[in-house]
Design a protein around this ligand. Structure first.
Ligand SMILES: Nc1nc2c(ncn2[C@@H]2O[C@H](COP(=O)(O)OP(=O)(O)OP(=O)(O)O)[C@@H](O)[C@H]2O)c(=O)[nH]1
Ligand SMILES: [Mg+2]
Length: 214
């Protein structure tokens, strides 16, 4: 079992390295959005695309079935490719490399990859992204970072989403942040509401800064 896992990850890492090199050559800032199902990844992407203005953005969508999320992205006017993983629970770097070839990626742009919704499998797979961004919504409970630590350890940024619902919930934001920092002391946290727009300025500044550096 250990041998098989090492072989799969080694092969993935080779493809991830190739993706990373292509992205670096073209000045593309790529993010890998990971979370449990329904935390608001696609909602956030649609909102982000609407607010970004002139900055070109393309999206790779990962789900087990359907093209619903890619359809939602295309409705905003941004190019999107849907990858269906079938029984698979995560995207891998080989799939993403193919999708990158099919997408008409602009130089000096943003590439957002929405991974399959779950807090386990996507943590282990490098896609060649600059950062993993984990989205935790306030309806999921404060304790997810310590129950699924690999994902929160692998991410550079945690977006705490659906904060518009806080008045209706018994949710301790400080506890959620401190659990995240327990597994990853350097993780950055931005509180957002993808539907209402809270926190979008800070998130957009992070994206613009990333593209400028890429
Ligand atoms: N109240 C509230 N609801 C939100 C927010 N963001 C997303 N939602 C709702 O949460 C539900 C799931 O949102 P999606 O964007 O489809 O979530 P997702 O993470 O893309 O889901 P999967 O792709 O299935 O993993 C939808 O009903 C959204 O309207 C938010 O900031 N506040
Ligand atoms: Mg989605």
């Amino acid at each position: 079992m250990v041998q098989i896992e090492q072989d799969i990850l080694a092969k993935n890492n080779t493809f991830a390295q190739a993706n990373r090199q292509t992205l670096a050559q073209r000045g593309i800032f790529a993010l890998n959005l990971v979370s449990s199902p329904g935390s608001g990844k696609t909602t956030l992407l649609c909102k982000t695309i609407a607010l970004l203005g002139q900055l070109p953005v393309a999206v790779i969508e990962g789900d087990q079935q359907t093209s619903q999320d890619a359809d939602r992205i295309r409705a905003t006017g941004a190019p999107a490719i849907q990858i269906n993983t079938g029984k698979g629970c995560h995207l891998d770097a080989h799939m993403v490399g193919h999708a990158m070839q099919q997408l008409d990626l602009a130089n000096s742009s943003l590439l957002m990859i929405e991974n399959v919704g779950n807090l386990v499998c996507p943590a282990a797979f490098d896609l060649g992204e600059a950062h993993k961004v984990v989205i935790l919504s306030v309806t999921e409970g404060e304790d997810k970072p310590i129950k699924y630590p690999d994902m929160f350890r692998a991410a550079s940024l945690m977006l705490l989403n659906k904060t518009d619902l806080l008045p209706y919930l018994d949710y301790d934001v400080d506890a959620a942040v401190s659990y995240a920092r327990r597994v990853n002391p350097t993780i950055r946290v931005i509180q957002i509401s993808a539907t209402r727009g809270d926190g979008m300025d800070e998130w957009l500044a992070f994206l613009r800064e990333g593209v400028a550096q890429a």
